[in-house]
Design a protein around this ligand. Structure first.
Ligand SMILES: [Zn+2]
Ligand SMILES: [Zn+2]
Length: 156
């Protein structure tokens, strides 16, 4: 679970990065990061925008998009983009993996020590320098799989 402490740590880290990189710590940046850090569901930019406008009603959608890009470039957050899906934002920048529901498109974190130790293939290093990886599993989340079962047996 996301604790208040982990959000505080994230914000402290961000403040430090801003100082180091000479990036102004604006209210917009702070609120967008705080909003994302409090969520575990890998929200899209639009979902973050909906949340952020509760705190800053005057903020435009374009600004939220721009702030998110800045945060990605600074390395404070990751963009979790999977083929054919809308970009989702991830406050967790440590190596971890994802479970994606192919029905409701929910994205859930998966921590797994074995997956963290996959040997990066050497052969491809000439054409492509691999710097990181994450494993992405697809399937049905518990909500969707119970819905599927119910509809199969005809019990709704
Ligand atoms: Zn689902
Ligand atoms: Zn994640």
């Amino acid at each position: 679970m996301k604790t208040d402490q982990s959000i505080t740590d994230k914000m402290n880290h961000f403040e430090k990065l801003c100082r180091e990189q000479g990036v102004p710590l604006t209210v917009q940046r702070r609120v967008v990061l705080e909003t994302l850090a409090g969520r575990l569901d890998h929200p899209t930019a639009d979902q973050i925008f909906d949340d952020v406008t509760h705190h800053l009603p005057d903020l435009s959608r374009t600004t939220v998009y721009r702030v998110l890009e800045t945060l990605v470039q600074m390395g404070v957050i990751h963009k979790a983009q999977h083929l054919g899906s809308v970009a989702r934002y991830d406050p967790n920048t440590e190596r971890h993996h994802h479970l994606t529901c192919i029905s409701c498109h929910k994205v859930v974190d998966l921590e797994d020590q074995v997956l963290n130790q996959i040997k990066v293939p050497k052969a491809s290093s000439k054409e492509f320098e691999i710097t990181d990886y994450s494993v992405h599993f697809k399937g049905y989340c518990s909500d969707c799989s119970s819905k599927k079962k119910n509809s199969k047996t005809g019990q709704k």
